[in-house]
Design a binder for this molecule. Sequence first.
Ligand code: KQY
Length: 365
Amino acid sequence: MSYTINSRPKLDGFRMPAEFEPHEGTWMLWPTRTDTWRLGAKPAQDAFYAVALAISQFEAVNLGVLGSQYEHVRSIFPPEIRVIELSYNDAWMRDIGPTFVKNDQGEVRGIDWGFNAWGGLKGGLYFPWDQDLFVKQKVLDIERQSRYDASHFILEGGSFTVDGEGTLITTEQCLLNANRNPDMSREDIEGQLKDYLNVEKMIWLEQGMRDDETDGHVDEVAAFIRPGAVALSWTDDENDPQYPVLSSAYEVLKNAVDAKGRKLEIHKIHIPEQIVLSDEDARLIDRARQSYSRNSGTRLAATYVNFYICNGGVVMPAFGDPRDRESFEHIQCLFPERKVVQVNTREIAYGGGNIHCITQQQPKA
Ligand code: KQY
């Protein structure tokens, strides 16, 4: 049984650890929506399978699965991967799962943010999202961890990144979007982030990647790789439509200092060539009136920066792109003490995200 605590993590001495701090394990969900994924979701399932196996080399993986898929999924995964029946609407655990916080004694609790499928009825990606709403609470119940009820505040885990030392990076495009918390000012939103995540310094990028259906999640643009250092999606091509967004992010980060007063070390990771949904790809995704239309010609917001840092490892995307190799080598250089594993996740990119978006770390207690 998890207890709902009527307080705020900061008041109780809890903070959100950075992703690069030790994990108890990783949470994921199994993809099934045929209006998100091509070909009845089978190729996406292959990609999720490969991601889960890659992470399981480094730490425990907990995988939520719909009852209708339980028997199949349990039979294909090795026993060390925990498969749990759960209900949900789509498989983006970063946004649907709890954000965990921890105190100096090592106690871990979870935050249950509000969620409206990336914009509710004003540009959200599907309706309904009723089952997604309970995933955070269910995970905390399973782990017997206490829950902070922050359901008044719509926030997705992919929309911010923290260094665990008081700094948070986010985008104005997402957090100040009228389809998230229209009655809150920037100051109100900063107040919520400070109280729940125990951060002091907010670095606001203007926008996320163009064509990102989440209204600009920061996890497609930048990620803390250690305190004082950030990986940034980048392109050298000034004619690339992503160039204005990424160069503006670079300028903001270059001129920022973190909560400890440090200038940030910025590592530019070149994005892949443009990946565009073809007529054939679009045809293989089911049409549904109540969900976002994946039309042919849409450029995917693909980036290598949507990697996932786990205990001793980093699991990063490949796209079958000429830049896959150099990005792998670059990221391996940034994490000399971890083993980098690259998984072809082009299929996940078709659904609007990547490895970071489908995972959620649970800090070590
Ligand atoms: O955390 C993320 N960037 C989530 C991507 C969600 C895509 C929904 N189709």
